[in-house]
Structure formats: C-alpha cells, structure tokens
Design a protein around this ligand. Sequence first.
Ligand SMILES: [Fe+2]
Ligand SMILES: [Fe+2]
Length: 291
Amino acid sequence: MSVTYPRKFRNSMSARDVMKHVVRDREIHLITLNRYRFSEQRSCKDLTDLIERLDGQPRELVRELSRHVSDEARHAMWLTDLLYELGSDLDKPPGMAYIEEFDRLLDKDGFETLEDGTIAALAAINVTEKRGCEYFSGHIQALKSAEQTPENIFIRETLERIMPEEAGHVRWGNRWLAQMAKKSPQHRQKVEQAKSKYAAIEQAAFEAGMDITMGAELRRVASLLDVANTLPLWERPAYLMERLPQTLIAPDLQLTRVQAAQKAWNRDPQAFMEKFVPMFLNGLNSSNSKK
Ligand SMILES: [Fe+2]
Ligand SMILES: [Fe+2]
C-alpha cells in the first residue's frame, strides 16, 4: 500500500528550516505554540464528531477514538499550561488558521456509506497527524540548537512529551487504513483514493497558511486544482465552483497581509523596507516562474 508523506513548503523549505527562524523570534514562537494548542483543541472536537457519527460501530474503533480524544485533550492542556506560564495569549491565533483552510477544502457532501465516511475521516486525520509530527520534530531539533534558556528548555520538554504520542497516532491511522484496504479490491481503491485526496487537501491548506506573499491567490487556485484532480471527473466542477470565488478573493488572506505588514512596520520600519517588501514581491516572481 502506498505511503503518502506531506511535501515541503513550495517544495523547498523543510520544517526544520522554518522552525529555525521561528524559535529566534519570541513573538512568532509564541504564536506558533498557540497555533499548536488551537489545533490540538480542535482535533478533540473533530474526533468527537466522528465518534458520534459512528454511533457505536465498529466498537473497537469507537474505543480507540475515545482514547485518541483523551490524548489530544492532554496535548491541548500541556500547551495551554505552557502558554499560560509564559504569560502568552490563549486566544484564537491570528492569521489564516491551517485547520480552517483544511475544513474549507473538505468535501462535505454526504458519503454513500458510513464506511466511506470512516475511511475519509481516518485518511484526513492521518495526513494532518503526519504534518504535526514533521513540525514537532523540526521544532525540537531547532530548540536543541538554539540558546538553552529556561523558556526554550520548557518549550522543548513540552513538545518532547507530545511528539511520541503523535507518532503513535500516525502508526494507529496507518494500521486502520491498511485494515480497511484489506477487506476487498474495492476497499483498497477507496482507501488509496482517500489518501491521495486528503494529502492534496492538506498540502493546499498548509501552503495557504504559510504563504501570504504576492500571487498567493493564484498558487491557491493551483492547489485547488490539485485537489480537484484527485476526485472522480463528475465531482470536479461542483467542487471547484463552490470554492473558486473565495480562493480568488481570499478575504482572510488580505486581512493576514495587512496584519503582517502592520506588525513588521511597527517593529522595525527599516527592516520592513529591506526585508518584508522584497519577500512579499518575491512571492510574485515565484508565481510567475511557476506559470
Ligand atoms: Fe496531539
Ligand atoms: Fe494526534
């Protein structure tokens, strides 16, 4: 069975590259931790939704999902405690939340059978857990090379407690998907299709969350087409038409841009002109070269 891994940002920046920059800037570092907290908290809600939809069957899956919710709730609690101790915000993190873009790209149309819905949910959970592992491990590595302040050590120790459990969740998802695929050739095909579909959705959400530079709208349309290409032909037009206007106008993207520009300007007007503006325009170049 194929194994799908998340791709790097624009195929060039690894999680470790990104985290090296994040840990150097306290404000961005705390926002990143708050994003983790938000995602862990949200996954409790999503897993609970799945338990309710399953309505008791299969019993083994319901039991394992309830343990999963308890793990994610503990992760959210550890991160909340950490941010609280550091005197940081516990609010909804600023900017485009990865998890919300992921939700927007999901195909919410009903599934033919409960089993199809379960395969979809397991594939969706699995791909986001893989991204989580990649980022936690890049973050831990970056903190090991950073200055060993009490704050950095506290953050690293918290992430080191979460990381092995996340790796366990990825293995758990792989096991369930493999088990589903073994049932019949049709099941195998459904599992493979769900895996490539949710990998494309996750990649698109991830890139949208990272990319606020010029031309990001066009790159988001390209990602949307990547997702549509994983769907059966007859489902593609409706999927695209439903999401295309918001992808092009992208009000959340405009708001994030304004907030990021204001922040960069307030912190250091000279660096704003020397670093932020060229970085922003660079996005346009990469959009043109992609074309
Ligand atoms: Fe977690
Ligand atoms: Fe997890």
